[in-house]
Design a binder for this molecule. Sequence first.
Ligand code: NAG
Ligand code: NAG
Ligand code: NAG
Ligand code: NAG
Ligand code: NAG
Ligand code: NAG
Ligand code: NAG
Ligand code: NAG
Ligand code: NAG
Length: 821
Amino acid sequence: MGFNHKANSCSMLQLFLLTCSCSCFLLGFCTAIDTLRVNESIQDHETLVSNEQKFKLGFFSPVDSSYRYVGVMYNLPVMTVIWVANRDTPLNDSNGKIEISGDGNLVVLDGKRELIWSSNLSISVVSSSAQLLDTGNLVLRDNSNGRTLWESFEHASDSFVATMKLGTNLNINTNKRNILTSWRSPSDPAPGRFTFTIEPLEIPESFIWNGSYPYWRSGPWNGQIFSGLPNMKSFYKHGLDLVNDSPGNAYLTFTHLNSSIEIYYVLNSSGVLQEKVWSDEKGDWNVTRLSLATDCELYGRCGPFGICNAKGKPICNCFPGFVPRSEEEWDAANWTSGCVRKTPLLCEEGNSAKEDGFLKLKKVKLPYHLKWSPTFIEECRGQCLNNCSCIAYAYDAGIGCMLWSESLIDVQQFSSGGADLYIRLANSELGNKKDQKAIIISTTVLSFFIILLCVYFMWKFSLKYRGKMDTGYPTEKILKDDVKFEELPLFKFEILSNATDNFNLINKLGQGGFGPVYKGKLLNGQAIAVKRLATSSNQGVEEFMNEVEVISKLQHRNLVRLLGCCVESDEKMLVYEYMPNGSLDAYLFGSDKKEFLDWHQRVMIIEGICRGLLYLHRDSRLRIIHRDLKPSNILLDEELNPKISDFGTARIFGGKEDQANTIRVVGTYGYMAPEYALEGRFSEKSDVYSFGVLLLEIVSGKRNTRFYDDEQGQSLIAYAWKLWNEENVVKLMDQVLYDPKMKTEVMRYAHVGLLCVQEKAKSRPNISTVLSMLSSEIVELPRPTQPAFLVSCSASETESSKRSASKCSVNGVTLTIGVGR
Ligand SMILES: *[C@@H]1O[C@H](CO)[C@@H](O)[C@H](O)[C@H]1NC(C)=O
Ligand SMILES: *[C@@H]1O[C@H](CO)[C@@H](O)[C@H](O)[C@H]1NC(C)=O
Ligand SMILES: *[C@@H]1O[C@H](CO)[C@@H](O)[C@H](O)[C@H]1NC(C)=O
Ligand SMILES: *[C@@H]1O[C@H](CO)[C@@H](O)[C@H](O)[C@H]1NC(C)=O
Ligand SMILES: *[C@@H]1O[C@H](CO)[C@@H](O)[C@H](O)[C@H]1NC(C)=O
Ligand SMILES: *[C@@H]1O[C@H](CO)[C@@H](O)[C@H](O)[C@H]1NC(C)=O
Ligand SMILES: *[C@@H]1O[C@H](CO)[C@@H](O)[C@H](O)[C@H]1NC(C)=O
Ligand SMILES: *[C@@H]1O[C@H](CO)[C@@H](O)[C@H](O)[C@H]1NC(C)=O
Ligand SMILES: *[C@@H]1O[C@H](CO)[C@@H](O)[C@H](O)[C@H]1NC(C)=O
């Protein structure tokens, strides 16, 4: 039996079929038109169309070819194939068929019913069916349990579409990498020479290979973009993300941020990665070239220690301090053998490694073969300097410290973007002569200048203390021994004072961790938020420095962005981007703004916070524990995107450390995990606890600490737990948006929330698992165990008979942490 579905066939019927298609696998009697079943087949002139008619499965012939192939295509007037089944084995007539075979495989047969292609399942199943999803994924499922047996998204052809995952170790069963393989030519879908892969290196990078030779590389992923593609902003705009949740496992994926824009990526048969955006006016795809836009992007164009500048003539140059290995070849524009050092390194001659120095190359594409080191910028240089085999280092806020010990290859000069690379050179190459006389002379001259400088600075400081000096601060290295500020733009006090109308109370936005926050406007019109350390506050200094240290290293769309700081005499201020919608608590708990946050908006906020937290815990590679997550520390931008703020109490963990103790417990009552509040033990899991509380608050629109059910003194968590046991968690949903249609999703969110607030830190999921649970990647959620209830003293006293309670002191307030039995 065959069937032919034309686009725009009866839509009522489709609606009906849509609603029942989920139950089809189990019941096996209703026919959904996007599904192929046992004893059905698709013939050459027929297609299987996905539910919303976005994609179709059927036969096609490439341009200038008469062979027939089976593929998944966009359901558009322009033939756009995203996946091909029988790439190597074309049919030479139109008698082919697509079927489900007796052993459960999806197969393509020719006119003589001989096997042309098979999904090659490793196990045999009694009955299966294939469904074409609206994402373009063709999925083969076991009818007896609905389990996915095979999917086209895990066997990519040359195209990368939304929700697909390209990378490694995705499917633990097959241990297979999912890569793009180009067509041999536009008329031949057989695997060509070019492949696009995500390499699960310490810091993942993507590559295009010509056979087994690297052809192009993207540079390391810095948490937002591939750092070697400074023009990659459009990728980011389209929701591209690289997930690197465990060593050796990294995959690239993207989601449609704007459903009215259809976009996908393809590796074409000449090895060029293209971005294709559908244009309705044109009725065709708009194509942008992403790789190899210039000759410089060819991998290793200028050889080892060569640097390529697309605007240069010639394009290749040696690094400073290096000369061509072969002048002849170099002059003949054959750059492959690269450059060599002019002067050997002192450390190579047996001197101390510290005898060498570093030269900074600005705005370059970082070379291949980097090693990541879990250190900060201050130690990064020292770590490289002390080891003679380290020949370069770089520091990127999103990656951290990178070291190189092999030859430096594939370096490109950009005019903007890129990163700064510090290369090791002999001191003499840095302009320091070995000559004894020169050293003596320069030392004398230097000492003279140092004395002069000291005198000058002493004079300036004495002026400042008399309050006579108002401006004239150098914008760099104001605190020479304090590297932390070196990276940050410095604002003059005067400018910030003007911007905030002399810190006018009218402009006060609120009270941050260590001082008031003011709204301001710079002369160029940019709105800013200025956090001013209260001059009286001694304790605040530590938190101020901590915030600078933590946040100046971070960059993520769900973290508030630090624009700079101001450090002048007694004044210490931090300048942030201004968030017009204030903090989440005003929206969530203020009755007048509540309605702005519909369910969809809340889901976006929860997910955003989760991504920000994931970045802090994992992707930033610095492992930061925030320690004070709560609605008032979540700021909302003009589109209500959440941004985590207030890093005054955050802690950075070293490489292998994953738990720490503190005597000074800081944080906020109601959001602190029990092990932290009671024993000062904090870890990623204590942030997960706070996130769980936050999640339950966002779902319910109620504060954990000021929540009262009919039974007095019950926290929101206790209430959620009670509802869970009554199998009625949907009641948790905020009254203002109650909608029975959302039931399953609300239940899922509440379920995840309860998993996060479990009493034992060990049983709480880590944040990357939380994200997968929220996005339904993980379908089967474990049952939560009893949460830890944080109850106020009075509440606990009234219920003391029911609870085992212990007393502790947090922030000078005596709390009772009661753990229900
Ligand atoms: C498929 O066809 C065979 C032979 O006609 C029949 O025995 C079998 O029951 C059919 N299976 C289904 C699921 O209809
Ligand atoms: C088509 O392919 C079949 C085998 O797959 C072969 O026997 C036949 O000769 C081919 N026909 C043409 C016209 O190439
Ligand atoms: C399926 O297995 C056969 C035999 O091992 C092999 O020739 C064929 O290429 C495989 N097909 C796919 C799609 O992996
Ligand atoms: C790919 O590699 C092959 C063999 O090494 C070479 O002949 C060919 O020119 C390369 N293609 C490109 C586009 O560089
Ligand atoms: C989505 O894209 C369309 C077309 O480019 C644009 O008009 C619309 O504003 C976009 N929507 C959002 C939410 O960005
Ligand atoms: C591949 O893409 C590049 C850039 O868009 C284009 O110049 C080239 O012609 C394409 N190759 C083929 C075979 O279409
Ligand atoms: C496609 O390209 C045309 C011309 O370059 C441009 O005007 C149009 O906005 C583009 N459409 C999309 C959807 O990007
Ligand atoms: C460039 O130099 C390399 C190494 O010396 C040599 O193998 C290669 O043939 C040369 N290429 C050309 C185009 O001369
Ligand atoms: C120096 O660096 C090399 C290469 O990165 C590494 O193998 C070696 O262990 C380092 N030596 C020391 C003493 O750190």
